[in-house]
Ligand binder design. Structure first.
Ligand SMILES: *Cc1c(COP(=O)(O)O)cnc(C)c1O
Length: 331
């Protein structure tokens, strides 16, 4: 459910960033030749504001989203928004809309900062005018009834990103090109698609909008490395750091689909989960491809996955110590 207000700010070659405003949510009036509608110069972010147990409101690592938004802008030849403008725009909207945060378990205000090329021009070049906006929506738990284990379809036909492409940028174009594979996953009776690398069609990369972790019987864990083709998730980074703080052997390492199947069968691999801001931590119960299928553990939510979800949720809601200063209060 979208809230009543939004933020807008403009950029032009002459004026730079200007006209930052918090105002009533309203439709956009756009010329049909606006560059974004033709060449997809668009980037976005996703973060949440949480109600903390002491009655306050907090953002989780918003400066990390701000930095990633700058990286995405550079890759799409767009002007990077200064980190302080990003954080201030999000904080202003949260302060305005704080009453919208649902008081239910898993409730949060989902924030969607994004930027589009607004110049009216059909020539192919980086646009000379941009519009930055922030929307907010009230969200409940992503998966109704708790973290149900999901099933994954392994796409051997479509890839999400290749070396040198835009895989590490949070841009709408990556999603547009992933939808046909996601639709195939649904058609095959699975919840989500998981992509392999574009070169060898062998190494697991990530889901359409979530990173992935593998948990082993020896207590260690693995997630694919940031080689430029996967999105550097802030949830991924937070889970890695929390695990390493606890002394867990958490490695960023390539992991192949063949090895995953073999390890699931031998019991070397005991759990797997997907992670991201929207769904937090989601257990993976089953994996299927064109001519194979296998189950992870007993197909349900494993104890270590449940614990990681709980630890992260507790931290985000101010119920646990915050050694890295990840929570930013909004008053
Ligand atoms: C946003 C996103 C993620 C998760 O990133 P978080 O910062 O953890 O929310 C993972 N993969 C893709 C493709 C994404 O767009």
């Amino acid at each position: 459910m979208f809230t009543d207000h939004m933020v807008t700010m403009r950029w032009s070659e002459d004026a730079g960033w200007h006209e930052g405003r918090l105002h009533a949510r309203q439709p956009l009036t756009m010329d049909p030749a606006a560059a974004v509608l033709h060449y997809a110069q668009e980037i976005f972010e996703g973060l949440k504001a949480y109600r903390t147990d002491d009655g306050g409101v907090a953002l989780f690592r918003p400066e990390a989203n701000a930095r990633r938004f700058q990286e995405s802008a550079r890759r799409l030849a767009m002007p990077p928004l200064p980190e302080e403008y990003f954080v201030e725009s999000v904080r202003a909207l949260v302060a305005q809309e704080r009453e919208w945060i649902p008081e239910i378990e898993g409730g949060a205000l989902y924030l969607r900062p994004f930027m589009i090329a607004s110049e009216v021009f059909l020539g192919v070049k980086p646009a000379g005018e941009y519009l930055y906006m922030v929307l907010a929506s009230a969200t409940g738990a992503y998966w109704k009834g708790g973290a149900r284990a999901i099933s994954l379809w392994v796409s051997h036909e479509h890839s999400r990103a290749a070396a040198g492409g835009t895989g590490a940028a949070k841009c709408g174009g990556n999603y547009a090109s992933s939808l046909v594979a996601q639709a195939e996953a649904i058609r095959r009776g699975c919840d989500q698609v998981v992509f392999l690398d574009a070169a060898e069609r062998r190494w697991i990369e990530e889901l359409g909008g979530m990173n992935i972790f593998f948990l082993f019987a020896d207590g260690s864990m693995v997630t694919p490395p940031l080689t430029g083709t996967i999105l550097p998730g802030i949830t991924r980074d937070s889970i890695l750091r929390m695990a390493r703080d606890e002394g867990v052997d958490a490695r960023e390492e390539q992991y192949s689909i063949d090895q995953w199947q073999e390890d699931a069968a031998s019991g070397r691999l005991v759990e797997a989960f997907a992670c991201g801001t929207a769904a937090v931590v989601t257990p993976i119960g089953r994996v299927a491809g064109p001519d194979y299928g296998f189950t992870i553990g007993d197909g349900g939510t494993g104890p270590r996955t449940a614990r990681i979800l709980e630890r992260l949720s507790d931290l985000q809601r101010g119920r646990a110590p915050d050694p890295h200063g990840w929570l930013q209060r909004v008053d």
